[in-house]
Ligand binder design. Structure first.
Ligand code: GPW
Length: 841
C-alpha cells in the first residue's frame, strides 16, 4: 500500500513540520502547552508528577522528530542493520538521559525553575523501566545507548512486560515482593496498533506432495495470538541518531477471538481466552542465572522470536533483494540462549514459507545469527523438554531434529572414530524426558559465539563448549569483554565528577572517546584537583547517607569508609562471605578496649539486591544481613565504627545514587563463576576502588588500572575443582575464624538460629560448593589492608584518580565496535550532513 504523501505536496508538509525547542522560552511554551492540553491540568493543579509528565512529553516530541529522520535515513541508506534480541532491557529512567543526550538539560533546568520546580525533583518522579533482572538486561540497555551514540543502524527487540521486575520491600528483615505495574503513564512508548504479527502455537504438521510433486509442509490448526509492536526511542549522545527498541505485547487475535461467544452467553470464556493471550507478555520471569523450564516462558520466547523474525523478514522483503543477500542486510545477535528459537524460526520461514532448499536456507541462517554466552553455571543453561516443544511448536521440533541430524552427520564424517563425541554434542540430551540443549543449538545456528570477559571466554572454550571448538575450530569462539555506557554511568550519575574531568581535559569529548581519560593521569599530583575530587566523593556520600536515613532510619557517618555490595543476591556472588566478614569485624571490635577502638577506621557496609522469589537460600542471606544490621547498628560499643545497611529495591535509578558514593565495592564471586560483572566497571569509573576475586572482568580491570590499585584475594579459578573435591575427600576443616562467626550466629545473637541453619550447613555439611571457607582468611586479611590504606587519604585519592584515568577500555562503545568489526561486519551510518543541517537551523 502506497502511504507516502505525493511529491508536489511535500513542500507544504515540510514547511509545517515542527522544528523542536532549543531555548528556555520555547521549552516553557512546550511544557505549559502539554500540561494544559495533553494532560488537561492547569497552574492551579500542577504537582511534580504533572511537571515531570509535561517535561517528558516536551522532550519526547524532540526525540520523535529525530527518530523519524533516523528511520528514514537508515531506510534510504539501504545497508545492513543490527537486530539485538534480548528478553531483558533494563533501561531505568529515560528523561534525564534524553535531556543530556540532546544537550538541553540546562535549558530544562532553568525553564522548570521559572515554573516553580527543581529539576531533580521532577526527574525523580519517573518510574524505572525495569524490564530485566540484572547484568544481562542492563548490558542490553548499555548496548542500545552505544549503538545509537555511534550511529549504527540498530534495533532492539524485546517483550513489553506489563510487570517488570518486582519491587522489593523488607518487612521484619524478610524480602517481600510487590508487583511492578509500570505502564500507568509511559510517555516513552508508541503503540503501533497497525504493526501486528499473528503468532501460532500448538496444532499439528501436515506433510504432503502438491500437484507438481513438491514437498509441502504446513503447520495447521494452532491457536493464534497477536503481537502488537510498541516502539521506544533510543537517543544517542551528541548525535541526531535516535534508534528504535521494539517491544511486543500480546493480545487475543481478532480472527481467533470468538465474538459469537459474547453473544451466546459464553462471555466469561471469551474473556478467559483473551486473558490467556495477554498472559504471554504479562510478566518478566524474576530469575537471574537460573532457568526453570516453564511452559509460559517457552511461549514468551517463541512469541517474541516469531514476531521479531516476521518483522525483520518483512522489512527485508521490501528491498526486493535475493534471499542470498539476507545476511548482507541483517545481523541478529542472540543475547544468551533465550532467543535461540529465532534460529529455528528463520529456517522454517525460508524452507516452509519461501520454498528455499534446506541447505541454501541453513547457510543464510548461520551467516545471520551470532550468539553471546553469559554464564557457565549449569543451572542457568537452558534445556527445554522435548515433549513440551513437541506440543507447543510441533514443526519447530521437526526442524530441530533435522538440524541435529545433519550436524551429527558432519561430525561423524570429521571424527569417524569418536562414537562418544556424537552423544556429547547432540542437540538432544537423552535424558528422561529428552531435552533440547539450547546453547548447542545456538552454537550450531551461529557463525560466531562470544563470551563476555577473557577468563569467561577461555572457560567456555575449555569446559562447556570444548567439543565444539574441536568441531568448528577456535576462530568461531571469540571474546568481547563487556562495557558500560559512560553517559549514564558517569555523566548522568555523577555530573560533578564529569564536570571536573571535563574542566581538566578541556571538553566532554571523553564521553564519546573514553580513552581520553588517560589525560587525567598527570593531574594525580595536582593538590587543588585532588581536593575537588575528594569533595565530590564526599558530597556523593552525603547524598547517599541522606537516602539511607530516609529509607532505613539509620544515621551513618559520611566520613566513614563506604563499602558497597549491590547486585542480585546469589550464592555464587557470595553476599554470605561479606556478611560473615561483617560479623567477624563485629567480634573484633567487641574484643577491643575503648582505647584500642579509637584507632579503627569507621565503616558502613551497604548491601542491596533482589533475591528470586523462589530462591530460598538467597532470601535467607537477605534475612541474615538485616538481622545482623539490627544488632550491630544498635550496639553502643560499636557506634560509628560499623554500620550495616540493607537498601531495599535496588534498581537502576538507585544504582545512580549508590555507585558514585562508594569507597570500596565488592565483586567477590567464587573464581570462575561470574562471567564478567559490569558494576565493577561502574564503581571504578566513579572513583571507587574494588575488592574482588580473580574472576570475570575483575582480571582485565586489574590489568588496565594496575595491581596496586585493586584489592584482590582468594583462590584462583584453576584450583576450584580440586578444592571442591578436597571438601569431600580430604581432611577438610572450616576456617577457625569463620567457625567463631558460625558459633555467634548459632548462639541466637541474630535471632532464631534455626533460620540460618541451611546457610551454615551449606558450608559445614554440604561441601561448601562456593568456597566461602577457603577464601575467608584471605578475604578478611584483605579487608584489613583496605582499612590501613584508607587511613592515608592522599594515597587513596591517588589510587582512585589513577584508576579512573585507566578505565577507557571499559566503555560499551569499544565493546560495540568490536562486535561490529568481528561479528556483524557493519559500518556506522554517516550523519555529518544531518549534523550540519541541525547546526544551521
Ligand atoms: F544466565 N547474567 C545475568 F547467563 O545477569 F543468562 N543474568 C542471566 O540470566 C545470565 C547472565 C545468564 C550476567 C552475568 O551473570 C554477568 O557476569 C555478566 O556481566 C552479565 O550477564 C552481562 O554479560
Amino acid at each position: 500500500v502506497e502511504s507516502s504523501i505525493p511529491e508536489h505536496m511535500r513542500e507544504a508538509w515540510r514547511k509545517y513540520s515542527p522544528s523542536g525547542f532549543t531555548t528556555k522560552d520555547q521549552f516553557e511554551t512546550e511544557i505549559v502547552r502539554h500540561i494544559e492540553t495533553t494532560l488537561a491540568r492547569s497552574l492551579f493543579n500542577c504537582d511534580e508528577l504533572a511537571a515531570y509528565s509535561g517535561t517528558a512529553l516536551a522532550f519526547r516530541d524532540r526525540l520523535i522528530m529525530d527518530w523519524n529522520k533516523t528511520q528514514q535515513r537508515q531506510t534510504f541508506a539501504d545497508q545492513k542493520r543490527i537486530y539485538y534480541l534480548s528478553l531483558e532491557f533494563l533501561m531505568g529512567r529515560a528523561l534525564d538521559n534524553a535531556m543530556l543526550n540532546v544537550g538541553l538539560k540546562n535549558v530544562a533546568k532553568e525553564g522548570l525553575a521559572d515554573l516553580g520546580f527543581r529539576i531533580e525533583d521532577v526527574i525523580n518522579q519517573e518510574h524505572d523501566a525495569a524490564l530485566g533482572n540484572g547484568g544481562l538486561g542492563r548490558l542490553a540497555a548499555c548496548f542500545l545507548d552505544s549503538m545509537a551514540s555511534l550511529n549504527y543502524p540498530a534495533w532492539g527487540y524485546g517483550l513489553r512486560y506489563r510487570y517488570g521486575i518486582f519491587k522489593q520491600e523488607i518487612e521484619n528483615g524478610y524480602q517481600v515482593e510487590i508487583p511492578d505495574y509500570w505502564l500507568d503513564f509511559n510517555p516513552w512508548e508508541f503503540a503501533r496498533h497497525d504493526v501486528t504479527v499473528d503468532v501460532q502455537f500448538y496444532g499439528w504438521v501436515n506433510k504432503y506432495t502438491d500437484d507438481e510433486g513438491k514437498q509441502i509442509v504446513s503447520w495447521q490448526d494452532g491457536e493464534i495470538v497477536t503481537a502488537v509492536a510498541y516502539d521506544v526511542p533510543v537517543p544517542g549522545y551528541g548525535t541526531p541518531t535516535v534508534n528504535n527498541l521494539r517491544l511486543w505485547s500480546s493480545k487475543a487475535s481478532s480472527g481467533e477471538f470468538d465474538f459469537s461467544k459474547f453473544n451466546s452467553g459464553e462471555y466469561e470464556s471469551a474473556v478467559a481466552d483473551q486473558q490467556r493471550a495477554e498472559t504471554i507478555s504479562a510478566v518478566l520471569y524474576p530469575n537471574d542465572n537460573l532457568e526453570r523450564g516453564k511452559e509460559l516462558r517457552l511461549k514468551q520466547q517463541y512469541f517474541w522470536c516469531a514476531a521479531s523474525l516476521f518483522d525483520i523478514v518483512r522489512r527485508f522483503k521490501k528491498t526486493n533483494r535475493k534471499w542470498s543477500e539476507f545476511p548482507d542486510q541483517v545481523a541478529i545477535q542472540l543475547n544468551d540462549t533465550h532467543p535461540t528459537l529465532a534460529v529455528v524460526e528463520l529456517q522454517r520461514i525460508l524452507v516452509d514459507k519461501e520454498g528455499l532448499e534446506w541447505q541454501t536456507a541453513w547457510d543464510i541462517v548461520t551467516k545471520t545469527f551470532s550468539y553471546t554466552n553469559h554464564t557457565v553455571l549449569p543451572e542457568a543453561l537452558e534445556k527445554w523438554s522435548v515433549p513440551l516443544i513437541q506440543n507447543l511448536l510441533p514443526r519447530h521440533l521437526q526442524i530441530i531434529y533435522e538440524i541435529n541430524l545433519s550436524f551429527l552427520q558432519t561430525v561423524e564424517r570429521r571424527f569417524p572414530k569418536d562414537r562418544e563425541l556424537l552423544g556429547r554434542v547432540s542437540l538432544i540430551e537423552e535424558s528422561q524426558p529428552k531435552t533440547v540443549r539450547m546453547a548447542y543449538l545456538a552454537i550450531v545456528g551461529s557463525h560466531k559465539v562470544n563470551g563476555v570477559a577473557e577468563l569467561h571466554s577461555d572457560l567456555i572454550k575449555t569446559t562447556i563448549f570444548k567439543d565444539f571448538v574441536r568441531i568448528y575450530g577456535p576462530d568461531k569462539f571469540i571474546n568481547v569483554t563487556n562495557g558500560i555506557t559512560p553517559r549514564r554511568w558517569l555523566h548522568q550519575a555523577n555530573p560533578r565528577l564529569s564536570e571536573l574531568i571535563a574542566s581538566k581535559l578541556g571538553s566532554y569529548e571523553f564521553l564519546k572517546d573514553l580513552t581520553l581519560l588517560n589525560k587525567l593521569e598527570p593531574f594525580v599530583d595536582d593538590k587543588e584537583f585532588k581536593k575537588e575530587w575528594a569533595e565530590i566523593k564526599y558530597a556523593n556520600k552525603v547524598r547517599l547517607a541522606q537516602h539511607i536515613l530516609k529509607t532505613t532510619g539509620v544515621s551513618v557517618n559520611p566520613k566513614a569508609l563506604f563499602d558497597v555490595q549491590v547486585k542480585r543476591i546469589h550464592e555464587y556472588k557470595r553476599q554470605q562471605l561479606n556478611v560473615f566478614g561483617v560479623i567477624h569485624r563485629y567480634l573484633a571490635i567487641k574484643s577491643l578496649s575503648s582505647e584500642e577502638r579509637k584507632k579503627l577506621a569507621p565503616r558502613v557496609t551497604i548491601f542491596g539486591g533482589k533475591a528470586a522469589p523462589g530462591y530460598w537460600m538467597a532470601k535467607t542471606i537477605i534475612h541474615l544481613i538485616n538481622k545482623v544490621g539490627e544488632v550491630i547498628n544498635n550496639d553502643p560499643d560499636v557506634g560509628d565504627l560499623l554500620k550495616v545497611i540493607f537498601l531495599e529495591d535496588y534498581n537502576v535509578s538507585k544504582a545512580e545514587i549508590i555507585i558514585p558514593a562508594s569507597d570500596i565495592s565488592e565483586h567477590i564471586s567464587t573464581a570462575g563463576t561470574e562471567a564478567s560483572g559490569t558494576s565493577n566497571m561502574k564503581f571504578v569509573l566513579n572513583g571507587g576502588l574494588i575488592i574482588g576475586t580473580l574472576d570475570g572482568a575483575n582480571i582485565e580491570i586489574t590489568r588496565e588500572i594496575g595491581e596496586q590499585n585493586v584489592f584482590l584475594f582468594g583462590n584462583l579459578s584453576e584450583d576450584v575443582e580440586d578444592l571442591r573435591h578436597n571438601h569431600f575427600y580430604g581432611d577438610y576443616q572450616v576456617d577457625p575464624e569463620l567457625q567463631k562467626v558460625f558459633d555467634l550466629i548459632k548462639s541466637g545473637k541474630f535471632g532464631d538460629e534455626g533460620s540460618f541453619g541451611a546457610l551454615i550447613g551449606a558450608i559445614t555439611e554440604h561441601g561448601d560448593y562456593y568456597l566461602v571457607s577457603d577464601d575467608f582468611n584471605s578475604y578478611t586479611k584483605t579487608q584489613d589492608l583496605i582499612d590501613e590504606t584508607f587511613k592515608n587519604q592522599d594515597e587513596w585519592v591517588t589510587k582512585c584518580i589513577t584508576s579512573v584515568a585507566r578505565m577507557g577500555f571499559f566503555t560499551s562503545d569499544r565493546c560495540i565496535n568490536e562486535y561490529a568489526d568481528t561479528i556483524w561486519n557493519i559500518e556506522p551510518l554517516d550523519v555529518a550532513e544531518e549534523k550540519q543541517v541541525r547546526a544551521r537551523t
